[in-house]
Design a protein around this ligand. Sequence first.
Ligand SMILES: O=P(O)(O)OC[C@H]1O[C@H](OP(=O)(O)OP(=O)(O)O)[C@H](O)[C@@H]1O
Ligand SMILES: Nc1nc2[nH]cnc2c(=O)[nH]1
Ligand SMILES: [Mg+2]
Length: 173
Amino acid sequence: MITPLPHEKGFHVSWDQLHRDARALAWRLDKRGPGADGAWRAVVAITRGGMAPAMIVARELDIRTVDTISVKSYHAGGGKADTQREAEVLKSPDDAMMGDGEGVLIVDDLVDTGKTLELVRQLYPKAHFATIYAKPKGEPMVDTFITGVSQDTWIFFPWDMALQYVEPYRGKD
Ligand SMILES: O=P(O)(O)OC[C@H]1O[C@H](OP(=O)(O)OP(=O)(O)O)[C@H](O)[C@@H]1O
Ligand SMILES: Nc1nc2[nH]cnc2c(=O)[nH]1
Ligand SMILES: [Mg+2]
């Protein structure tokens, strides 16, 4: 996990916005599969952030075969922001279903440095990689995305946030 602290800007995504963007991603992918009919064989979510987007994409495209891959990323040099990021697979999707990934849509919420997708791409080179959001460093790793944000932006997802009271701008003295 990269901490949000060094980031200049925050991009706050509501459930409503996420739903609309995930639908836009699904519509962009519709009939773009490798087969003659353009259908996709399966959707694979990169947990955990890819699960809600993958569910929405699978629903829009009427895909019932859904699996997950769990990737944990960490800083190789002990958690410092300037150290190399590494990634490791903790749980794999069904091997027989995946093959080399052809016809499979692999979905994540965002690509940042691209380390997570780089690892999954090595395993399933023929899969199609889709994210809702993408930062410039990670863009070469993703085939389809909806919204680009700058590298110094931290994206806040609705599952990481809660509504809370804020003091009025003109408070009592
Ligand atoms: O392009 P990268 O630099 O690899 O970063 C992108 C990944 O980081 C976040 O997941 P995280 O590993 O924090 O786990 P989570 O999905 O369980 O929140 C995000 O959901 C992406 O999967
Ligand atoms: N929530 C969240 N997780 C991330 N993991 C890597 N980059 C980000 C980001 O911008 N937001
Ligand atoms: Mg993730």
